[in-house]
Design a binder for this molecule. Structure first.
Ligand SMILES: [Zn+2]
Ligand SMILES: [Zn+2]
Length: 319
């Protein structure tokens, strides 16, 4: 698989993050990564490989990851968000009338950094991805809620368990038992929060993929919408690309499965009935079996992940 294809496929996890220097609270850094744990360790010099040059400057380490946005549908999309966040004074992802940072040198406070995230999340391009946010830091959570610029935003947010700080900071960093890090270091507690989010999301993602693959391995399946049969596991299928994209209901105890195209049509029809207008891409819809509201981008993400997994598996077998 070429780099171009890798950049466009749906990653298990990809986030844009905000770092703040523990020593100088007004110093921030915006970046993006598929592995925030490894990345944070690189920024703090715990891992020496990797190229976290800009955060090497003396007097700024350690860095804490205080906020992140995740759920990007490709590496490219995450890089676009990162670039827009870093260049919020002129990015086209923010409307001029709404812009809160007018030039390069303004907008250095946490209020501005988080305000810009709210503005980017409102952009239809990013909104379509149904991005999620997480706050690892109490002050950042307060600033977010304060919402100084009175901006509306529509992404779901989760928050680390700040009461857990004492427990977290007393733990040693497991992969580096002989290190000289001070266990009172607040950045260690922060690293634990980042590890927890990353582990939780990956576990959830892998559980879903596993469940869906098991389903597909049964062979002959009936589309829950058009009621036609399809067999995802058919090895005689010579055209790899001809396999239909499959939609699953993400609800754990629901067995709905259909052609992705079929569910797409159902969601658009429902939306049209609801609003009287037909769009090209639905935002969400009700599962035809369990009737739960499910996010369309999430269904598409899993659908393409499953196809990629199967292609990778097949490619490996072909070698
Ligand atoms: Zn169908
Ligand atoms: Zn369902």
């Amino acid at each position: 698989m070429g780099e171009r294809e890798l950049n466009h496929r749906v990653p298990e996890f990809y986030c844009c993050y905000l770092l703040r220097s523990v020593q100088k609270k007004q110093s921030f850094y915006i970046g993006s990564t598929p592995n925030p744990v490894r990345r944070l360790r690189q920024h703090n010099g715990i891992l020496t490989n990797g190229s976290a040059y800009r955060t090497k400057k003396t007097g700024l380490r350690p860095w804490e990851m205080i906020f992140c946005v995740y759920g990007f549908t490709s590496k490219i999309a995450a890089l676009q968000f990162e670039h827009a966040w870093q260049h919020s004074y002129h990015t086209h992802f923010i409307d001029d009338e709404e812009r809160i940072v007018k030039n390069k040198t303004s907008g250095r406070s946490l209020h501005h950094k988080l305000g810009n995230v709210r503005l980017l999340l409102k952009n239809p391009f990013f909104q379509y991805m149904d991005l999620l946010t997480h706050v690892f830091d109490e002050e950042a959570f307060r600033v977010w809620n304060q919402n100084r610029f009175k901006l509306s935003s529509c992404a779901e947010m989760t928050v680390s368990d700040f009461d857990d700080v004492a427990d977290a900071s007393s733990l040693q960093v497991s992969e580096n038992p002989g290190n000289s890090e001070n266990s009172d270091d607040p950045s260690l507690a922060n690293l634990k929060f980042v590890e927890k989010l990353f582990a939780d999301i990956l576990a959830q993602h892998r559980k879903n993929i596993e469940r869906q693959q098991k389903f597909l391995s049964h062979g002959k399946l009936v589309c829950g919408v058009c009621h036609n049969f399809f067999n995802y596991m058919d090895e005689n299928d010579s055209e790899r690309r001809s396999k239909p994209l499959v939609a699953f209901c993400p609800a754990e105890n629901c067995n709905f499965v259909s052609h992705l195209n079929c569910l797409h049509r159902v969601f658009l029809d429902d939306e049209q009935l609801d609003r009287g207008a037909r769009t090209l891409i639905p935002k969400s819809g009700n599962c035809p079996f369990c009737e739960k509201v499910v996010s369309w981008p999430v269904i598409v993400k899993y659908s393409t992940c499953i196809r990629d997994c199967n292609e990778l598996g097949k490619a490996a077998k072909d070698l």
